[in-house]
Structure formats: structure tokens, C-alpha cells
Design a protein around this ligand. Structure first.
Ligand code: KG4
Ligand code: ZN
Length: 341
């Protein structure tokens, strides 16, 4: 089965073609970062208009690289939400149009399900597993029992982790998106230079809160006379250390429930843009291995938004007999535990 994937839920215009043997024929991602940079974040209206302009070109490049004829694809999978609604509408309309013109199946994919399943493309991970989904818009701990059966056992009550990285970078005037720059600066800092708060660290609490951390970073910056490059590095690494400590604590807490339900599964998966952070991966991997758990993560280019994850979720769904009708309505909100076909 050959599936064309389309991702347009935020500021990446992405198209991929993969098959059901997990072979990636093409993975094209056009990042709109340069268009949004000067605004310090994604501007929804600019993103939507850019998807309209870019999508035909990205599709053409993906087809060229894959060396396949569109007529030979079996289905089109497009992100149906959650995300910035203008962008989601563009991708869904495009996907529906290609599918109906070529008389192929169409399936609208939940973007979070894409992040949740993508590690299964590059690793042999059986269900069930514990998933930590950390991106610019989401922060959740989920028990992935099987395809379509997701139990959210913890989530952020305010900011997402990626948002906290982006805001920290903005406070330090490091640019957008913040995650990769904060990680780079952190390499030259002292992680004990500043102490930041770790909210909601109670026993049994799997929810996250990051807004206090962002405020603490702001207050710390305001107290300093000047921000040398070294101080910026110290703030970045202290912030990253704190985030990592919070994540480790929450995952340890969530093992209690996961283990009571699935005592034989020792698989933990980390996915979403922030999963690209090598420091967070390393610390989490070391920490959970002491309890016999193993951490899996996708390669960095499949952590952040991409269309391979949408095509792959499409393949699992289609194999399950799922598909969408052409009257599917794009969704700005769409929880992982509420996906129906
Ligand atoms: O998954 P993603 O591409 O888009 C959403 O679905 O949100 O995630 C983007 C987020 C941004 O907030 C970005 O700053 C963060 O992922 N990110 C990182 C790193 N690379 C990207 N955060 C920390 N460290 C990184 N290396
Ligand atoms: Zn995402």
C-alpha cells in the first residue's frame, strides 16, 4: 500500500510518500520559520496563506523524489486537526481533492496520533507503550494500549513544554523557534547556576505546569544587570535541567498506573518537537533504565512536524478498516482519546 501524507497544522508545509513496509520514498518539509521569525511566533493567517502557496510545490517535489506516479498511490492521509484551523483546512481540502480526482481513499489523521505512532516506523515497538508527547502545542503522558485506544494520564494545565522553550528563548532574545537554540546555548552553561521552580511535583500527580517556570526565568533575567553570553547559557541549561527533572519525575509517577495495567510492557516512547532535545532524551533514558524500561524515540527529522507520521498513521488506520468521508470537517481541537471513524 502506497500512501501520500499531507501535514499543514502549524508552520511546516509537508508532504511524504511511504508504503506499508515502512519504506519512505520521500519526506519533504518546507519550514515557514523565516516568514514567522520577525513576529516571534507563528502568525496563523500568514501560515494558512503560505500553505496555499507552498503545498503544490512541496507535493511536486515529493512526487519527483519518490519517483512514483500519483495514480499509483492507494490513499491520501491529511492532518485533520488539532492545529491552526486555516492551515488544517488547506491540507484537508488538498487531500480530499487529490483523493476524489484520482478515486482513492481519503483519511483525516489526528496530528497527535501521528506523533504517537511515528516511533513505530523506525523501531520495532509493540503495543502497549507509555508515550510522552512533548511539542510546541502539547504536553501529555498517554498509555497507548493499541491503535485508537489512548488513555491520557497526564497533561499540562497551562503551557506546553515547547512553548516554555520558545518563551525562554524570546526572553533571552535568542530567536524563534526556541528549543534548538536553548539546547545549543545550554551546552556551554552550568546547570546549577540558577534554581528554577518545579511545580506540581506531588506524589501521584501526572499533570504538568510550566507557566511558573517561564515567569521565574523572566524574574531572574530582570534581576540581572546585563546578560552576557555565559549568563544566557547558564539560564538555558538551568531551565533545560529543570524541565528534564520535571519530566523524569512525571514519567516515574506515571509508571505506577502503567505498570498496574500492563506489567509486562517496558517500552516508553518520546515524541513531538521537544523530543528532538538530546539532553532530555539522555536523562530520561538513563533514569528509566534503572527500572528496566527502555526509551524509544524517532530520528530528529521525524520528531518535529512532518508528513511521514501522517502517512504512517494513515497506513495503520487503513489496515484497521478506517477511512474518512469527503464531508470530514477540519478540527482546531481534537483530543487523542476522541478519535472516531
Ligand atoms: O512537534 P512540533 O514541530 O510542532 C507542534 O506540533 O507543536 O514542535 C515544535 C516545538 C517548538 O516549540 C520547538 O521550540 C520545540 O518543538 N523544539 C525543541 C527542540 N527542537 C524543537 N525543544 C527543545 N529542544 C529541541 N532541540
Ligand atoms: Zn506536532
Amino acid at each position: 500500500m502506497l500512501v501520500l501524507g499531507i501535514e499543514t497544522s502549524c508552520d511546516e508545509t509537508a508532504v511524504a510518500i511511504i508504503d506499508d513496509k515502512k519504506k519512505i520514498y520521500s519526506n519533504k518539509i518546507y519550514s515557514q520559520i523565516d516568514l514567522h521569525k520577525k513576529f516571534g511566533g507563528v502568525v496563523p493567517e500568514i501560515a494558512a496563506r503560505s500553505h496555499v502557496e507552498l503545498l503544490p510545490h512541496v507535493l511536486e517535489e515529493a512526487i519527483k523524489e519518490a519517483k512514483v506516479d500519483l495514480k499509483n498511490i492507494d490513499a491520501v492521509a491529511a492532518t485533520g486537526g488539532p492545529g491552526l484551523i486555516g492551515g488544517v483546512m488547506v491540507g484537508v481540502m488538498y487531500g480530499k481533492t487529490i483523493a476524489s480526482a484520482l478515486n482513492k481513499k481519503f483519511i483525516a489523521i489526528n496530528h497527535l496520533e501521528g506523533h504517537a505512532l511515528i516511533p513505530r516506523v523506525t523501531e520495532n515497538i509493540d503495543y502497549p507503550y507509555l508515550l510522552l508527547l512533548i511539542s510546541g502545542g502539547h504536553c501529555q503522558i498517554v498509555i497507548v494500549e493499541k491503535l485508537g485506544k489512548y488513555e491520557i494520564i497526564g497533561k499540562t494545565i497551562d503551557d506546553a513544554v515547547g512553548e516554555a522553550f520558545d518563551k525562554t528563548a524570546k526572553l533571552l532574545d535568542l530567536g524563534y523557534p526556541g528549543g534548538p537554540i536553548v539546547e545549543k546555548y545550554a551546552e556551554n552553561g552550568d546547570e546549577k547556576a540558577f534554581t528554577f521552580p518545579k511545580p506540581l511535583l506531588k506524589k501521584g500527580e501526572c499533570n504538568f505546569s510550566f507557566s511558573g517556570l517561564k515567569t521565574a526565568v523572566r524574574n531572574q533575567i530582570n534581576k540581572l544587570d546585563k546578560l552576557s553570553e555565559k549568563t544566557k547559557s547558564d539560564i538555558c541549561v538551568s531551565f533545560q535541567y529543570t524541565v528534564s527533572e520535571i519530566i523524569n519525575h512525571k514519567i516515574m509517577e506515571s509508571f505506577k498506573l502503567f505498570n498496574s495495567k500492563f506489567p509486562h510492557s517496558k517500552n516508553v516512547v518520546i515524541s513531538g518537537g521537544v523530543a528532538a532535545n538530546k539532553y532530555i532524551r539522555k536523562k530520561l533514558s538513563e533514569n528509566i533504565s534503572t527500572l528496566g524500561y527502555k526509551l524509544f524515540y524517532p530520528p530528529i527529522n521525524l520528531c518535529t512536524d512532518n508528513a511521514v507520521m501522517i502517512a504512517y498513521a494513515g497506513i495503520e488506520r487503513l489496515n484497521n478498516g478506517d477511512y474518512s468521508n469527503l464531508d470530514f470537517e477540519p478540527k482546531s481541537r481534537w483530543s487523542l482519546d476522541n478519535i472516531t471513524y
